[in-house]
Design a protein around this ligand. Structure first.
Ligand code: SAM
Length: 202
């Protein structure tokens, strides 16, 4: 059942990126704030290599590249990966659940909240990490986070890819249940998103 649901979600992502329009001003401001927070954390970690799972158009890959970190981006969407490649970024079509290599840092921004059951994907993120897992997740619990989702749904209707309103507590519980400890939980841009950093209990 999960597999059927997820295959349909993967098709939705492909058409999302094919029909993607220029980002709105609020979208650009938010993305800038998220990337600034991610960059600060990434530069503070002592890591040799990293993967961005669900790399989309490659914003995070550019940070890895600029920081001279050996990196790879994977995404189920052909269109997203093609865009990354056109930008000169190292990306390949791939599913998290099929990734075999392991990386000091496994990053994922805005992917888990789209799965009805996200635990199997948490297990996979942990499986391919040797040290850290870094997430950027929308915070539906904050006033601004909730308002943004409401506005996005009102303005863009079913054009947005549906996201479940998991709480930060839900992510933290599932990671800790699977052998990680949360070492950072930081609000980003009026708490519309949260940056979560986990370390593996090796
Ligand atoms: C909300 S987008 C985020 C894109 C990018 N990280 C960003 O923040 O701009 C989620 C991305 O995850 C990708 N994705 C979803 N499930 C995946 C999976 N199992 N393995 C790899 N990529 C996946 C989708 O194709 C989509 O590009």
């Amino acid at each position: 059942m999960d597999k059927i649901l997820n295959n349909s979600l993967y098709k939705t992502w492909e058409s999302h990126w094919i029909n993607e329009k220029k980002m709105t001003l609020p979208g650009r401001i938010l993305t800038k704030a998220r990337l600034k927070a991610l960059k600060k954390i990434i530069l503070s970690l002592s890591i040799q290599n990293a993967i961005d799972v669900g790399c989309g158009l490659g914003h995070l890959l550019q940070i890895f590249k600029d920081a001279d970190i050996h990196y790879l981006g994977i995404d189920v969407s052909q269109k997203a990966v093609m865009t990354c490649k056109e930008k000169g970024l190292n990306a390949k079509i791939g599913k998290l659940e099929e990734e075999k290599s392991s990386y000091d840092l496994v990053a994922s921004e805005g992917m888990l909240e789209h799965f009805l059951n996200f635990e199997p994907y948490v297990k996979d993120l942990i499986r391919i990490s040797s040290l850290y897992i870094l997430l950027m997740q929308p915070n539906h619990d904050s006033f601004m986070g909730r308002t943004l989702v409401y506005l996005a749904r009102t303005v863009r209707g079913d054009k947005i890819v549906f996201e479940y309103n998991y709480r930060m507590k839900d992510y933290i519980e599932i990671f800790e249940k699977n052998g990680c400890v949360c070492i950072k939980n930081e609000p980003v841009f009026f708490d519309t998103s949260r940056l979560l950093l986990f370390k593996k209990n090796n």
